[in-house]
Design a protein around this ligand. Structure first.
Ligand code: FCB
Length: 449
């Protein structure tokens, strides 16, 4: 590690959010329910019965939020477009009011000198598609391609960077395998069918994008994992390899033009991968960058009692943990970036499209500040790891902090605070935390690593 380093001027600094987590206004201007509305309104799914009905109310407060971004000279804002705002019902008609909202948001961003990085799908599948079978059904991928085309046509002249899907692993496996996320189903077969249709949806969206003639970069965001084995014993090493196959290669292989990993298919012999002729090429449609969400590096041990064929478990770690009980592992980011570079043959520029830490943040007695030194330390250590990886040749082009402001953290409701800005959920007042000012110094180049 070398001191005195700063990031190149061209490095893109942003923050990331997702529609259901921040927008609120759940039934405003023609929006219809998504699977997350249904799931969060079903008792027992989300802590304290919290829902995204109001969230941070960004739908009505986006100007204030853009001003917060402007004040730290943020380079880009990663937000997601809510599919149920754009095509709210089975008629397939485009909802102009939904389009207008994103148009207003993007215009405000541009007026503040901030790039618009739009994710097409950050988990809010319109409920009507889940009623028709959800991601395990091929038709959902085809409907997604139509929705993507609408977004290109209506917003393509002003979006600066497109991301097709956010973390398809979570959509497939939390959604359909363990049921922790919407729609809360538990069927391994459905999880694998969903995996293929999500990847197909991604590929179709990229193909349609190329047909549109638009030229802003388009990519996908994944939560890849390259876990460390708990020991050098071969059973732990193999367990870590199996976890990598399930978490990473299942999603990376298809975009690299390869088959789903044989080892996974062998472990689940009845596994339905409903691949049809031509799908493989579609999914491998060339992308311009790969987005990585990184929160921690898991350590995996062999576990003969694991009921799944993975026969593995997350091993205890000595690291300090966050409110998510995730270990704080910045050196893991260095290893991960090198691993991704290697496994993809450095085919794509990389962006960290999410990284951050949940802490028990509180307003200080003045009510106007939040002291979060642990978040600053977390960020500093991860930035150091990024520079180390860049020095080692990794083509990392940007970083999006998760997240601009505390928001609805899925099954944890409002109980996990990841923001650089504190959200007072009673008044929806925003109070910048110390880490927000730290980020400003990083963006300005004043901080060295
Ligand atoms: C990621 C999600 C994001 C956020 C963070 C903490 O898996 O993409 O929406 O909830 O975790």
């Amino acid at each position: 590690m070398t001191a005195g380093r700063t990031f190149p001027e061209s490095f893109l600094w942003g923050t990331a959010t997702a529609s259901y987590q921040v927008e609120g206004a759940a039934s405003a201007d023609g929006r219809t329910p998504s699977i997350w509305d249904t799931f969060s309104h079903t008792p027992g799914n989300v802590l304290h019965g919290h829902t995204g009905d109001v969230a941070t109310d960004q739908y009505h407060r986006y100007e204030e939020d853009v001003e917060l971004m402007r004040q730290i000279a943020l380079g880009a804002y990663r937000f997601s477009i809510a599919w149920p705002r754009i095509i709210p019902d089975a008629s397939g008609a485009v909802n102009q009011k939904g389009i207008d909202y994103y148009r207003r948001l993007i215009d405000a961003l541009h007026a503040a000198g901030i790039k618009a990085a739009a994710t097409l799908y950050h988990w809010d599948l319109p409920q009507r598609f889940e009623d028709a079978g959800g991601w395990p059904v091929r038709d959902t991928a085809l409907r997604f391609a139509e929705y993507a085309e609408v977004c290109y046509r209506e917003l393509g002249d002003s979006v600066d960077m497109w991301i097709t899907l956010n973390e398809p692993w979570c959509s497939a496996f939390h959604g359909y395998f363990d049921g922790h996320h919407a729609p809360g189903r538990r069927d391994p077969g459905d999880a694998f069918r969903a995996t293929h249709h999500l990847m197909l949806a991604h590929g179709l969206a990229v193909e349609r994008y190329r047909d549109s003639g638009l030229t802003a970069p388009i990519g996908i965001t994944m939560n890849l994992e390259s876990p460390r084995p708990a020991t050098r014993r071969s059973e732990d090493v193999s367990a870590a390899r199996r976890a990598t196959e399930m978490h990473s290669l299942l999603f990376l292989n298809p975009i690299l033009g390869l088959d789903y990993p044989e080892a996974v298919q062998d472990r689940y012999p009845d596994l339905p991968f409903p691949v049809e002729h031509g799908d493989r090429d579609t999914i491998a449609a060339p992308i311009d960058f790969l987005g990585l969400n990184y929160y921690h590096e898991p350590v995996i041990a062999y576990d003969p009692d694991d009921p799944t064929p993975e026969k593995s478990r997350v091993a205890r770690s000595y690291h300090d943990t966050t409110e998510m009980e995730w270990p704080i592992t910045p050196r893991g980011l260095y290893r991960h970036l090198l691993w991704v570079g290697e496994i993809t043959d450095r085919r794509w520029p990389l962006y960290i499209t999410e990284n951050g830490i949940a802490l028990p943040d509180e307003l200080d007695p003045s009510g106007t500040a939040v002291r979060d030194p642990r978040r600053i330390a977390y960020m500093r250590d991860h930035f150091t790891a990024m520079l180390d990886a860049m020095d080692a040749g990794v083509d990392l082009r940007g970083y999006f902090a998760w997240t601009l402001l505390d928001n609805f953290e899925w099954a944890f409701g409002y109980t996990r605070r990841f923001g650089l800005v504190f959200t007072d959920y009673v008044s929806n007042r925003r109070v910048p935390k110390d880490s927000y000012y730290f980020f400003r110094e990083v963006i300005s180049g004043a901080e060295e690593f």
